[in-house]
Design a protein around this ligand. Structure first.
Ligand SMILES: [Zn+2]
Ligand SMILES: [Zn+2]
Length: 399
């Protein structure tokens, strides 16, 4: 990786800082008009307008509002995908910012407004340096990250073809990291998140005569505890898995034994193997406990995003490029147990995701409201680091 030393980090950061006023303005306009899901026409319009004066090949989604903009370099070479997700969350905003959401109940609380803006900034920076690129950069503006499987739609619509994508890099903001710092890790970076629904069925009756009924309430409680014991006794502590039963519903009155009790929860795992084996064994434990008490059980597991697995070689290259040109790039100790649909891209193409610190000034990173908080605020100055990081990755990968 010695060639990377030739990249002039301070120059990239200076170019990114020059772009910052426009990029901050773009981010604020997207922040004020947040959209949810796969259909994001206003966000798409702003992206297209910001790229309009650049010489890019632009494709928009058929089923979604994605924008894929390809920058062809001066000569032939591989293609690097850079991604910024576009969607907001169905939640109120309570930041009090002058550019806070105009739409009640919708907020850019995961920083995807900043992701779009940083990627647009990188498109401007790299378009001005087209002569240095031996290959292509695909700027992928992606709708529907927050549970809508937007990346899967994009792959189906040919995101990874013509030109074929060889490597992939994404940034996610982190309000709980010092502004401007970067972090990533090889291997699992984020978890798979699956939804679990368990219906425990007994036989209803009078609360005074449980021996005539089959009471599902204590059985449901026993299942919750048995599942937790099962996780702690069967999962390797170095391959983490988290099960949370977050909802228990049963019964209608203080003196009626209900027919059934419904449990809802989420299972998070960082390997495909532990994910599959826990799907089987959680069902087996629930069945076994229910059978012991003459109840039946219906277990439904709805698969969410797969684990986000950073390619070790690509990640080592990214850490070397970013730390040599941009600045401090930490190796994370452990994965984050949230999930990301960037995982779909990394199943197909070697690449990685990195976190970029955006803790606002005057706040300690531990105390800053996290992503998905109704109070989440980010340091917009850090977006220059994000722009320069995307650009450094492309200039190095295509050198
Ligand atoms: Zn999110
Ligand atoms: Zn996010």
């Amino acid at each position: 990786m010695t060639e990377q030393a030739a990249l002039d980090g301070p120059a990239l950061l200076a170019e990114a800082s020059d772009l910052l006023p426009d990029i901050v303005d773009l981010r604020r306009r997207i922040h004020a008009e947040p959209e949810i899901g796969l259909d994001l026409p206003k966000t798409q319009e702003k992206i297209l307008a910001s790229l309009a004066d650049l010489d890019l090949e632009i494709v928009t989604g058929k089923e979604t509002s994605m924008v894929v903009a390809t920058l062809r370099g001066a000569s032939e070479g591989p293609t690097l995908l850079l991604r910024g997700d576009m969607d907001a969350l169905p939640m109120p905003e309570d930041t009090g910012l002058p550019f806070a959401s105009d739409y009640p109940g919708v907020m850019h609380a995961c920083g995807h407004d900043a992701h779009v803006a940083m990627l647009a900034g990188a498109a401007h920076l790299l378009a001005a340096r087209r002569d240095e690129l031996k290959g292509n950069v695909k700027f992928f503006f992606q709708p529907g990250e927050e549970g809508y499987h937007g990346a899967e739609f994009a792959i189906k619509e040919g995101l990874l073809e013509s030109p074929k994508v060889d490597g992939a890099f994404a940034l996610h903001i982190a309000p709980n990291m010092t502004s401007g710092e970067l972090a990533t890790k090889p291997g699992p970076m984020l978890a798979a998140a699956d939804e679990i629904a368990i219906r425990v069925v007994g036989s209803g009756g009078h609360a005074s005569m449980p021996h005539i009924a089959v009471d599902p309430v204590p059985v449901a409680c026993e299942i919750v505890l048995a599942l937790q014991s099962h996780i702690t006794r069967t999962v390797d502590v170095f391959v983490p898995a988290v099960l949370t039963i977050a909802s228990i519903h049963g019964g209608t009155a203080y003196n009626v034994i209900p027919e059934d009790v419904n449990l809802l929860g989420t299972l998070r795992t960082v390997s495909a193997e532990s994910r599959e084996s826990l799907h089987d064994s959680l069902e087996r434990v629930a069945q076994g406990v229910a059978a012991a008490h003459n109840c039946t059980v219906e277990v439904t597991i709805k698969k969410g995003y797969p684990p986000t697995i950073n390619d070790p070689e690509f990640t080592a290259m990214a850490v070397s490029v970013l730390s040599e040109t941009i600045g401090e790039t930490h190796l994370m100790d452990a994965p984050i147990m949230a999930a990301e649909d960037w995982s779909y891209i990394l199943q197909k193409v070697p690449g990685c995701m990195a976190s970029i610190g955006v803790c606002p000034p005057g706040v300690s990173p531990d105390a800053a409201p996290a992503c998905h908080s109704n109070h989440m605020i980010l340091d917009e100055e850090a977006m220059a680091v994000g722009i320069a990081s995307h650009a450094a990755m492309a200039l190095s990968y295509l050198s």
